[in-house]
Design a protein around this ligand. Structure first.
Ligand SMILES: Cc1cc2nc3c(=O)[nH]c(=O)nc-3n(C[C@H](O)[C@H](O)[C@H](O)COP(=O)(O)OP(=O)(O)OC[C@H]3O[C@@H](n4cnc5c(N)ncnc54)[C@H](O)[C@@H]3O)c2cc1C
Length: 301
């Protein structure tokens, strides 16, 4: 698909839970994925989890799902390769060009930033900045930046495969980064004053149960980055006004969901909507709460 080589770290993806209703939802999602042709999605019980990730403590777990062929790329490398592929299809970029206003100009749209650009069709895909940009059109979106406090550890779990591992009941997240790990706790909303110190304390407490050998890891670096949270957990995709579309608000899943959703929207804009997927329920104009997201990994309390 891409001419430029890209390193793909195929570490797999493992969700786990001790909640019967979440386990049932995971099984439902796996059945749907299989019905769509994904063969490598496995429902796993605690014993299978122990075999896959022997460093996980399975006390209180009912099971989870494991997709061995999932993986990750380094974000900067991934974006560079996507840009390169789009460039070779004729896409042109203006970098460091902040759109400060977007307004109608006759039959065109006028974008004003460091200069002025007019276009027949505009797609706003500005992540958590989209709430502000879309407000003048009457859309009250609540997509917002939520800092995710994580840390990169020193060398750990040498020689072992470390899937992106998420405990859906506590928000505990562990994934491979070089010889070390990325560790974090996922929240729907950060508690007031939250930061690395508290995250690492709480990670230690949770890890004593769920990943005992990782409870006292040496931390090499603190990392903080904003996730595009808010809304009802589903992206806002579709027509805003004639000639103006938007796609934003992926709730921290946009690396996975962004590319196929963008392709579906491109088909709609080109007048050839996909016959198998209806983007209607994702309309930016949907009523608050019209869609729901159940897969929220979050520490309780
Ligand atoms: C630490 C972390 C880990 C993550 N892990 C995962 C993961 O494992 N899997 C996954 O699927 N997702 C993950 N995500 C989420 C994923 O990165 C986002 O959902 C995704 O990047 C959203 O894509 P987007 O194109 O909608 O917005 P963005 O990637 O935020 O892109 C929006 C772009 O618009 C630009 N922009 C904003 N305002 C303007 C303006 N006025 N004019 C011009 N340009 C503007 C911004 O500079 C930015 O480049 C993670 C996010 C973080 C922070």
């Amino acid at each position: 698909m891409f001419d430029t080589p890209l390193t793909w770290h195929e570490n797999g993806y493992l969700f786990m839970t001790g909640q019967p209703d979440i386990m049932a939802k995971l099984a439902e999602a796996a059945a749907l994925q299989k019905s769509m042709g994904l063969t490598e999605v496995h429902i796993v019980d605690p014993e299978q989890i122990r075999e896959l990730v022997p460093w996980i403590g399975t006390h209180g777990l009912l099971g989870g799902t494991y997709t061995p062929h999932d993986g990750r790329v380094t974000p900067t490398e991934g974006v560079a390769v996507l840009m390169q592929a789009a460039r070779s299809s004729g896409v042109r970029y203006r970098e460091h060009w902040e759109v400060r206003s977007l307004e109608r100009a006759g039959t065109m749209w006028r974008l004003t930033g460091p200069g002025v650009v007019e276009a027949e069709r505009v797609v706003v895909c500005t992540g958590y900045w989209s709430s502000d940009l879309m407000r003048p059109f009457g859309l009250e979106l609540t997509i917002r930046p939520q800092p995710l406090f994580s840390a990169i550890t020193g060398p750990a779990l040498a020689g072992l495969r470390v899937p992106l591992t998420i405990d859906l009941d506590t928000g505990l997240l562990i994934e491979r980064e070089g010889a070390g790990l990325v560790i974090a706790i996922l929240f729907e909303e950060n508690p007031p004053g939250y930061g690395h110190t508290r995250m690492l304390e709480e990670f230690g407490e949770l890890a004593r149960v769920r990943a005992p050998t990782l409870a006292d890891l040496q931390v090499a670096r603190h990392v903080v980055a904003n996730v595009d949270m808010g809304g009802d957990g589903q992206p806002y995709v579709g027509l805003v006004e004639d000639g103006l579309w938007m796609v934003a608000g992926f709730g921290g899943h946009g690396a996975m969901h962004g590319p196929p959703v963008a392709e579906l929207l491109a088909k709609v804009i080109a007048g050839r909507p996909d016959s198998t997927v209806d983007l209607g329920p994702l309309s930016p104009w949907r009523k608050p709460g019209a869609t729901t997201e159940w897969m929220v990994a979050a520490k309780k309390g």
